[in-house]
Design a protein around this ligand. Structure first.
Ligand code: PA5
Length: 421
């Protein structure tokens, strides 16, 4: 495993961690047995369907030839993994890059995760001005937000290209057999891929759900799968990796209510969003779970930093540290003696270490996760590592990590309201 996990400042002894790990063998057996529902993602990196991977890569090349902009339509687990990967590995507000040449690949935009007309109308303008493809992703095929966005964007696409040509620019990822999206994809002849039956939305990043749009965006998905495979077989699951999962559980038992993910590179903004969804939707049920939140440093040190240092200690912190950022800069003399001549990565690291010291001194448990650098291989490790951690702690808490009954409830209530408008 290339990730470094440091629980030495988590404020819990190895004895307490060991105490919480006593059920780990049973939990790992449950995950790996293949008998539990929705655990298909556990062995997925070891059982890559090469034929399907080839088809995904072929479709990605066609998308790259067809369009300047790919609009990925989906919500929750059907989009956050892709958004996290694009944010981390391709670009963020066209500022960051880690080696994917922007002129060779379509830019990626996201739709179907908001019902804002302001947002969607902007994307209609994109369709009028640019060469665009749509990738609609919905396992159920009937989630309201992506269904609306797809209908609106598809109509504009048909207006521009005509029905037949528009159909060749629509890619669908959905259930193999059921749902209105599957019916439409088959009827209209969209290139389509399946979401495996035994993998739920937030655990589906390494299935066609994430792989097709990521490959179209120029991300090396073979390297990402190799990273996930390396993590799946890593002997670290006997050691550090499990310590993070059990430390989280021990901290919950000790009365902590929130886990705050902190990052110092904005490239991790949507990875943190993906983490919040993964942990929130997996653990938060039956009155249990750690509430996941995220903060971007150093920006949020100048707002939430006050609460962290001196407010109510209901939380612990998990720092996501990228050891070698993709770019660096030397600060000029005019910035003042303290920082002049130093690199921004050195200064960012000093900030991180300073925050950890200050917060630890105030008694706040801090866990640190070191990521050597942001590349596709390490991203694959990160995805698999956090998915497994989440499943382990959910089982330790006694909840099913793979359902979301609370989300279903809001959908039902919204439908009732809609029928009254
Ligand atoms: O993790 C999950 O299962 C959810 O977040 C779903 O991905 C989300 O609700 C979207 O569902 P669907 O893919 O069916 O549109």
């Amino acid at each position: 495993m290339d990730l470094g996990i440091d629980v030495s400042k988590a404020g819990i002894s190895m004895e307490e961690i060991k105490q919480c790990s006593k059920d780990i063998e049973k939990v790992m057996e449950k995950l790996w047995s293949g008998k539990e529902e929705m655990t298909g993602w556990v062995k997925l990196p070891l059982q890559i369907d090469q034929e399907q991977l080839g088809k995904i890569l072929d479709a990605a090349i066609v998308i790259q030839d067809q369009c300047e902009e790919l609009i990925v339509i989906g919500i929750g687990g059907s989009y956050l993994g892709t958004r996290a990967a694009v944010n981390a590995l391709v670009g963020y507000d066209e500022i960051y890059d880690t080696g994917v040449p922007a002129d060779r690949y379509p830019s990626v935009k996201f739709a179907g995760n908001t019902m804002s007309a302001v947002y969607l109308d902007k994307l209609l303008e994109d369709i009028r001005k640019k060469e665009v493809c749509l990738c609609i992703i919905s396992k159920s095929g009937n989630t309201i937000e992506p269904s609306i966005a797809f209908a609106v964007l598809k109509e504009e696409l048909i207006k521009k290209y005509g029905k037949e040509k528009a159909s060749k620019r629509i890619y669908a990822i959905t259930d193999a057999n059921t749902g209105v999206l599957r019916e439409e994809a088959d009827r209209e002849g969209y290139v389509s891929f399946n979401v495996p039956d035994d993998i739920g939305g937030r655990y589906s990043v390494l299935t066609p759900v994430g792989l097709l749009p990521m490959a179209a965006a120029g991300i090396d998905i073979r390297a990402m799968l190799a990273g996930a495979e390396a993590m799946a077989v890593s002997p670290a699951w006997d050691l550090d990796a499990v310590n993070y999962a059990t430390a989280r559980f021990a901290l919950l038992q000790s009365g902590k209510e929130l886990e705050i993910f902190e990052y110092y590179e904005p490239q991790l903004e949507f990875f943190a969003e993906w983490l919040k969804q993964l942990f929130g939707e997996s653990e938060g049920k039956e009155g249990k779970g750690l509430y996941p939140d995220s903060l971007r440093f150093s920006s949020d040190l100048h707002s939430m930093g006050q609460f962290l240092q001196e407010g109510r200690q209901i939380f612990f912190e998990t720092v996501l540290n990228i050891e070698k950022p993709s770019r660096d800069l030397i600060v000029p003399e005019s910035a003042g003696d303290l920082v002049a001549g130093k690199s921004l990565s050195q200064i960012n690291k000093a900030a991180m270490e300073g925050v950890i010291s200050a917060h630890s001194a105030a008694g706040i448990p801090v866990i640190r996760i070191d990521i050597p650098e942001l590349n596709a291989f390490n991203f694959g490790q990160m995805i698999y590592f956090f998915e497994t951690t989440c499943a382990i702690t959910s089982y330790l808490m006694g909840v099913n990590p793979f359902n979301q009954p609370g989300v279903e409830q809001y959908k039902e209530e919204m439908k009732k309201k809609l029928s009254q408008i």
